[in-house]
Every structure is written in C-alpha cells, then in structure tokens.
Design a binder for this molecule. Structure first.
Ligand code: AMP
Length: 220
C-alpha cells in the first residue's frame, strides 16, 4: 500500500519510533534524514567529516546538503516508489519545505498527510536521555522499558546499541531551541494538511492513534 506521509515534531517526540513501527506493519518506507546523515558520517568521507561537525554539535546540516541526500534516496530506493514513504526529520526549515515541494513535483509524488507529534520539552529530555540507538540499522530502544535482548546488541542486525553522541541533556536543549526557531514555523506552512497527535502517551497508544489516522487515509 502506497502512502506519502510526513512526520513533524521536536527531536524525541517519537516520530522515528512510530515511523519504524509503521514501516514494519505496512511496508511504507521510513526516510529518516538523521539515519541517512549518520550513514554518511560512518563512511568517513570528506562530506561525512563536514556533516559530523553539525550533527555531533546538535546543529542543522545546511539545507542544500540535506536536500541532495534526500533526492539521492528517492532516486535510488525502488521500494519508495512502490510503497511510499514516511519523511521523518525532514523538512526542518521552511527553505527545505520549499525544496521538498519541488522534489515531489519532479517525482510526481504528493503528500497525503502531515502528522505533528505534540510534546513538551521536559518529557522530551527524559525520553531522549533513555534513548538507545543501533549504530548500524538505526533501530530505537530505550533504557526504561524497551532494551535489546542482549545488552548493547541490536535484536534486528546485531549492530552496537548505545546512546547517540548528540543525546546529552545539553545537546537536547540546544536541538530543541533550534527546533522552536527553525522547524516550528512549518506548522503554519502545512496548516491545511496538519493532523495533531499526542506525543506524550505511551508507545502503543500513540501507534493506535496513528493507525487510525493513517488507515483513514489508507482506505480513502
Ligand atoms: P535526528 O536523528 O532526526 O534527531 O537528527 C539528528 C541530527 O541530524 C540533527 O540534530 C541534525 O544535526 C541532523 N539532521 C537531521 N535531519 C536534518 C535536516 N532535515 N536538516 C538539517 N539537519 C538535519
């Protein structure tokens, strides 16, 4: 089933976890720009080193760089054309949203829903401080109630599971203020297609809300 969805929300609002769940159940491809950037960094190329400076400091990568990475992903991944996508973490600025509009037009794709995960800063801080991420496949765990079966090892791919370098309290607060300043204006940008979801509920309750929204769109 093909759907073109966009998830908006602050870092730690649950977009990534829910996108992974939706991908597993419905096959819609998660495009996480954070994961794509971490892959670029792991390759240790010149671009990787440049990008690492931004990501590890909790700052946004320049718009042109991230848009090229997204364009490449859309061009290369055949599953996306067949199953659709969930954009997770992109766009993060109004300029990126303008560029995305053009990329979608060029690819004959149209967004069907923009889902906004609403959540407050203190819940985010608590949640991100417990977040553990697989360095290889990006699967998200947490130290409160969702640990991998083997400590430090991903259940899916065997990769190393640890806290991300940008998931410290100082970086979380910095990323949140960048979000407020640069990403929150997108709520106005997508006003007409925006669907709000309560991001502070537990994982399964959020997924139920999300499935309701998406299945309304899926069956539409
Ligand atoms: P995330 O995994 O979504 O929390 O993203 C981790 C980091 O990757 C962010 O703090 C930024 O440094 C970078 N990043 C991810 N997506 C974008 C984007 N759309 N624009 C600029 N930087 C991004």
């Amino acid at each position: 089933m093909k759907k073109f969805l966009l998830f908006l929300g602050a870092p730690g609002s649950g977009k990534g976890t829910q996108a992974q769940k939706l991908q597993n159940k419905y096959g819609i491809c998660q495009i996480s720009t954070g994961d794509l950037l971490r892959e670029v960094i792991a390759r240790k190329t010149d671009l990787g080193k440049k990008v690492a400076n931004y990501v590890h400091n909790g700052e946004l990568v320049p718009d042109e760089v991230i848009v090229e990475i997204v364009k490449d992903k859309l061009a290369q991944d055949k599953d996306i054309k067949e199953n659709g996508f969930i954009l997770d973490g992109f766009p993060r600025t109004v300029r990126q949203a303008d560029l995305l509009r053009k990329v979608l037009q060029d690819n004959n794709m149209q967004l069907e829903a923009v889902v906004f995960f609403e959540i407050d800063l203190e819940t985010i801080v608590k949640r991100i401080l417990g977040r553990l991420t697989c360095a290889k496949c990006g699967k998200i765990y947490n130290s409160y109630n969702n640990l991998p079966a083997q400590e430090g090892q991903c259940d899916v791919c065997g990769g190393k599971v640890a806290r991300r370098v940008d998931d410290t309290e100082e970086k979380i607060r910095k990323r949140f203020s960048i979000y407020k300043e640069q990403t929150e204006p997108l709520l106005g940008y997508y006003e007409d297609s925006l669907i709000k979801i309560a991001g502070d509920k537990d994982l399964n309750a959020i997924f139920e809300d999300l499935e309701e929204i998406v299945s309304a769109k899926i069956n539409a």
